[in-house]
Design a protein around this ligand. Structure first.
Ligand code: NAG
Ligand code: NAG
Ligand code: NAG
Ligand code: NAG
Ligand code: NAG
Ligand code: NAG
Length: 230
């Protein structure tokens, strides 16, 4: 199935209910994503600069309403329900250096844990997935395919009751050939999720700058039971 989604201005884009695959690209420009990262202060709070060669499209599947939700434009507000399952991501780029056999590392982090005002647990790592490869046309939006287990499994956004919405940031990096050897001593199954620093991690593992990024906002909901002030 090939889905060529070309509408970015709708608040929530409902795609076909079936599992997403094939090509997906929004019509947001890289410049617009950079602007959104600046406006949300992801630059410089989380990464010092952001000038990616590609667009990272993020699609969640909400199994309660049976819909796919595309994170476009960047910074969209989503509910906990909508973000409960690990999203599928797509890279669109004119940079042919990113084509196969390049592999990728996907990270999802929360710099606002437990609250944006007092982020003492930040950065909280919600996903660290290595060895991802592209399926489809890079120029038109190729799906990132998972080939090996994640280093840090996906954990759904879960801001505590009373918290303002958190920024949840997805960054995709081109994976250096020695990454698997190097990463083991830095982040592994026993490394706490909190106190992470994606910029320091990228330096330690020679990931360089992100090749694409996106983010969304999610706050607590009626079912949130954990309070940060008790
Ligand atoms: C994106 O696509 C939508 C729907 O086709 C259109 O209304 C909007 O103007 C486009 N935005 C840009 C930046 O091209
Ligand atoms: C790729 O190049 C085309 C033509 O210059 C441009 O319109 C498009 O925005 C570029 N796409 C990306 C993701 O840089
Ligand atoms: C891993 O490769 C990068 C270049 O991709 C290099 O800068 C780094 O020194 C290498 N690290 C180790 C431990 O070999
Ligand atoms: C990446 O995949 C290779 C096998 O293709 C595996 O040996 C390696 O451990 C994987 N890296 C990580 C970080 O899981
Ligand atoms: C696992 O990661 C921790 C850092 O969180 C590190 O201290 C430890 O040496 C690593 N374990 C292995 C087996 O490399
Ligand atoms: C993360 O690490 C970088 C590089 O060491 C450092 O400049 C930055 O201040 C750290 N960020 C946070 C939020 O601690």
């Amino acid at each position: 199935m090939v889905l060529n989604v070309m509408f970015a201005k709708l608040a929530i884009v409902a795609l076909a209910a079936a599992a997403v695959s094939g090509q997906i690209t929004s019509n947001v420009t890289i410049a617009e994503v950079e602007q959104a990262f600046m406006a949300a202060r992801i630059v410089p709070d989380v990464i010092p600069t952001f000038a990616p060669p590609g667009l990272l499209d993020v699609v969640f599947f909400d199994d309660v309403t049976d819909t796919n939700i595309m994170v476009t434009p960047p910074g969209l507000t989503l509910t906990r329900e909508q973000t409960a399952m690990r999203p599928t991501v797509f890279l669109t780029s004119n940079d042919t250096a990113l084509a196969a056999p390049q592999t990728f590392v996907l990270a999802m982090i929360d710099p606002d844990a437990p609250t944006p005002e007092n982020p003492t647990a930040a950065q909280f790592r919600l996903l660290l997935a290595p060895n991802m490869t592209l399926s489809g046309s890079l120029a038109e939006g190729a799906m990132l395919v998972n080939n090996t287990p994640a280093i840090t499994d996906f954990l759904r956004p879960n801001p505590p009751a009373g918290s303002d919405p958190h920024r949840f940031i997805l960054l995709l990096f081109a994976q250096p050939t020695n990454f698997s050897q190097v990463v083991q001593g830095i982040v592994n199954a026993s490394t706490p999720r909190n106190g992470f620093n994606i910029s320091a991690f990228a330096m330690q593992t020679a990931l360089g700058s992100p090749v694409g990024g996106n983010f969304f906002l999610t706050g607590p909901d009626d079912t949130t039971t954990v309070r940060f002030d008790v």
